[in-house]
Write a protein that binds this ligand. Structure first.
Ligand code: PLP
Length: 453
């Protein structure tokens, strides 16, 4: 029983450094969060030792009496967290990630070469919703199925439902996927259901980003109108890294009739082997937390905080995709200030601000995304409130102004920009202010005194 610190000091040291990075930076990646000590404990437990292919009560291995109880608890808590009726909805809690949950859903619903329509990556959609470029099919969801993505309207930044309906008339999809990785607005599920019904298509919602907001009623629920719903568990849901696949238990002989068998079979044996029982236990812990009043408050605060960032950036005259936000994220369109997402991400990294470059609808190059994505879930878990997020947005404003100043002297090439940035004393001055601000806030599962100065 040698502790990690002695068994493998190299890895131990890197974990310590990563903890310090997380603590001393402003974490604004919209898909990340800080999970709790309890979740991390379950995730790092002896359950990782066990094989349990199959479902509770029907395993291909012995010794699963406790694992069965854990997986059943996780399933019950997932149904409860989203306020579902277990007569109508079931869930498979074994997907290793959002990607495998999504591909399992496609495997369950479709035959090879069936047609799918999902939101285009450049419009904020996810790879797994049928991503391809003009030259190449990128995601297996585009390799094994025929994909015809829909878009947001570049003027409004909102999903262009009208054009989607017209294209669906021509393409006649078997599945419409809604959900996104970079979309600051809620979804019109009724509109999408009507389009799907016209073509006898399935409707799937991937609520990976917003599931914590859906569970708490902060975004509209897709469950009334969709056939399957997938989510990751590590974003706004604040659990460990995994996926969930919910399926409607419809009448036998209807479109939804045998989704339970098909979804379960699609996860195992079609796409996965043994479930990660340690992760399933940790998901169960997170879902217990999701059902509490404290989590409801958290989800409300996430939205207020994202709005505080949006309002502050708008006050400074910047442009935001869709003009603002009604969920956990803001898409900042940097094109009007003649800056791009690559440079903004680079300068933010140098300033202890972690965010990511993101394309903005209407971008002309996939390699030079026009904006950055800013998310509130992680820092809200570190107890920041609206006034703190106003300060975060002020730091972002300073970062953008500094980037413009550096760009004006360095020229447009990213390598010249980085070289000039490294020589600019104002960068270190601002980085220290950001670090001093970030380290005021506690981080779940982290004791700052555990890191030597
Ligand atoms: N679906 C959406 C909407 C996502 O944003 C993501 C990841 O960011 C995924 C699916 C994939 O999740 P994972 O990284 O767990 O495979």
């Amino acid at each position: 029983n040698v502790p990690l610190e002695q068994e493998d000091p190299e890895i131990y040291d890197l974990i310590q450094k990563e903890k310090w990075r997380q603590f001393s930076c402003l974490e604004l990646i919209a898909s990340e969060n800080f999970t709790s000590q309890a979740v991390m404990e379950a995730n790092g437990s002896a359950l990782t030792n066990k094989y349990s292919e199959g479902l509770p009560g029907a395993r291909f291995y012995g010794g699963n009496e406790h694992i069965d109880v854990i997986e059943n608890l996780c399933r019950t808590r997932a149904i409860k967290a989203f306020n579902l009726n277990s007569e109508e909805w079931g869930v498979n809690v074994q997907p290793y990630s959002g990607t495998t949950a999504n591909f399992s859903a496609l495997t369950a619903l479709l035959s090879p070469h069936d047609r799918i329509m999902g939101l285009e990556l450049a419009s904020g959609g996810h790879l797994t919703h049928g991503h391809q470029t003009a030259k190449k099919k990128i995601s297996s969801s585009a390799i094994y199925f025929e994909s015809f993505p829909y878009q947001v309207d570049p003027d409004t930044g909102l999903v262009d439902y009208e054009k989607l309906a017209q294209n669906a008339d021509a393409f006649r999809p078997k599945l419409i996927i809604c959900g996104a990785s970079a979309y600051p607005r809620d979804w019109d599920y009724a509109r999408l259901r009507a389009i799907a019904d016209k073509h006898g298509a399935y409707l799937m919602a991937d609520i990976a980003h917003i599931s914590g907001l859906v569970a708490t009623g902060e975004q509209s629920s897709p469950f009334d109108l969709c056939d399957v719903v997938t989510t990751t568990t590590h974003k706004t849901l604040r659990g460990p890294r995994a996926g969930l696949l919910f399926f409607h238990k419809g009448e036998k002989g209807t479109l939804r009739g045998d989704l339970e068998e098909r979804c379960n079979f699609a996860v195992f044996p079609s796409n996965q082997g043994g479930p990660h029982n340690n992760t399933i236990a940790a998901v169960a812990v997170a879902l217990k937390q999701v059902a509490t009043p404290a989590f409801k408050e958290y989800a409300q605060q996430v939205r207020k905080n994202a709005k505080a960032v949006a309002d502050t950036l708008l006050k400074h005259g910047y442009k935001l995709a869709s003009g603002g936000t009604e969920n956990h994220l803001v898409l900042w369109d940097l094109r009007p200030i003649n800056l791009n997402g690559n440079k903004m991400e680079k300068i933010c990294d140098a300033l202890n601000i972690t965010l990511n470059k993101n394309s903005i609808a209407g971008d002309t190059s996939a390699f030079v995304p026009g904006g950055v994505r800013i998310g509130a879930p992680a820092l809200t878990s570190r107890s920041l409130k609206e006034a703190d997020f106003v300060q975060v947005a002020e730091f972002l404003h300073e970062a953008a102004q500094l980037a413009i100043k550096i760009q004006n002297t360095s020229g447009k090439l990213i390598k010249d920009f980085v070289a000039a940035m490294e020589k600019e004393p104002a960068v270190e001055e601002l980085r220290l202010r950001v670090q001093n601000f970030a380290t005021q806030f506690p981080m779940p599962g982290f004791d700052p005194s555990s890191i030597p100065a």
